[in-house]
Design a protein. Structure first.
Length: 412
């Protein structure tokens, strides 16, 4: 049965990849960003099944993704047909190129100085040390500094996009903004802005997918994970780095890499004990409404149910897995198609209005989809706050610096 399910998934994946290529004339589409990383992680999960302490993989959990991918693909084909019929020409991405806008440098310097001050003041006042979760919470876990940390993520995306050999000083800002996210100790916050910046570079032709790119990508992913764990081990626990510690970190890396797929696997095998209400999927919108009507209630989308994968605990269930536990079958289908329609509409808009900001919003949502192998990221406030920040930055760039964008921009 497991073989049949896996074979069905890969046949479906092949068909969808072919249809996406025919429909959009590119592999850089929302469905592909959701599908391809999941296939890679799924292979790792199946290879590690029952080995090195990991639990056996439960293959029926793949059926949720088989169904979800079909639902997600339907709007893609429909919107592609509409775009071609109306001559929208959504077949290539054109993003503004050239030197980085002075506004970005000014804002970047302000953020660096503010977070340098915040770091020094937190070090002086906190009883915890850098690398601990408690210090991260005090540093920028909530309130004004929590919102400003999200703005650092926005700037990190943009600075990664503008990086080139003639402006190597941009690395200073990239490292500074990334350091803020490292201190915050949330791996998704570190990974997603980098993914978005890289996707924009790929879309505009600044980078190409080849062996060198894939090698750097893999080494960077491993490096980020090892960096955060070494920070906690060496700084917080004051332990020496030995071969045993490196092996322990590597096991946790594989656990983190497969925690979504294995978490869904164990969850389904146990009969979904964490099934919840559909309102969890709409957490950011409900929280905003609660604040506006004065109730003050704040919902948390964090799954309180942890499962043991043989190495450690996980409370993430992948994109479709999390969606499944909070919906019935009709809600699952409608939400999958609705989110797909939204993302593909953003794709068309990013082509119709060829500028940096609309493309950054679009690729931000693609970046969230690319993390679907791990978790469903669309129930966090970031999905509202980061696009709003980008639009405000666009307005500031347009209103105060007089930048004007032509209807058509050349690809880099």
């Amino acid at each position: 049965m497991g073989f049949v399910i896996v074979l069905t998934l890969f046949i479906e994946a092949g068909v969808l990849l072919y249809l996406e290529r025919k429909a959009w004339n590119t592999l850089l589409t929302p469905l592909n960003f959701l599908l391809i990383p999941y296939l890679v992680v799924l292979l790792v999960s199946m290879i590690m099944s029952g080995r090195s302490g990991f639990v056996e993989f439960y293959y029926p959990s793949i059926v949720i993704w088989i169904a979800g991918l079909v639902m997600f693909a339907i709007p893609s084909l429909a919107i592609s047909g509409f775009a071609q019929k109306n001559d929208v020409k959504p077949f290539k991405t054109d993003i503004s190129d050239g030197r980085i806008p002075p506004l970005f440098v000014l804002v970047g310097m302000m953020l660096v100085l503010m977070f340098a001050y915040r770091l020094m003041s937190t070090v002086r006042s906190s009883e915890f040390i850098i690398g601990s979760d408690e210090f991260a919470e005090e540093f920028a876990g909530f309130g004004f500094w929590g919102h400003l940390k999200r703005f650092c993520s926005v700037m990190l995306m943009l600075f990664i996009y503008y990086l080139n050999r003639n402006q190597r000083w941009i690395w200073f800002f990239i490292i500074a903004f990334f350091t803020v996210n490292v201190i915050n100790m949330v791996k998704g916050t570190m990974i997603i802005p980098c993914v978005v910046g890289v996707l924009m570079r790929l879309a505009s032709g600044k980078m190409r997918i080849d062996a060198r790119f894939l090698t750097i990508l893999c080494l960077s992913a491993v490096g980020v994970f090892f960096l955060t764990f070494l920070l906690a081990i060496v700084v917080v626990n004051k332990m020496e780095v030995t071969d045993r510690i490196v092996l322990w970190i590597f096991q946790r890396f594989v656990h983190y890499f497969s925690s979504g797929t294995l978490g869904l696997s164990v969850d389904m095998q146990m009969g979904f004990p964490d099934s919840g209400e559909f309102q969890v999927i709409w957490t950011p919108f409900i929280n905003i409404l609660n604040q506006l009507n004065g109730s003050g209630e704040v919902l948390s989308p964090v799954n309180p149910t942890f499962h043991f994968t043989g190495i450690s605990l996980t409370n993430v269930r992948t994109f479709f897995g999390t969606l499944y536990i909070y919906t019935n079958h009709l809600q699952f289908c409608l939400y999958s198609m609705g989110l797909s329609a939204f993302c593909y509409s953003l794709k068309v808009l990013s082509q119709r209005f060829d500028n940096l900001y609309t493309n950054t919003v679009y690729y931000y949502f693609c970046g969230l989809l690319a993390m679907g192998w791990f978790e469903f990221y669309f129930f966090h406030l970031d999905i509202i706050e980061i696009p709003v920040m980008l639009m405000l930055l666009h307005f500031a760039d347009w209103a105060f610096l007089g930048r004007r964008y032509p209807a058509k921009l050349e690809t880099a």
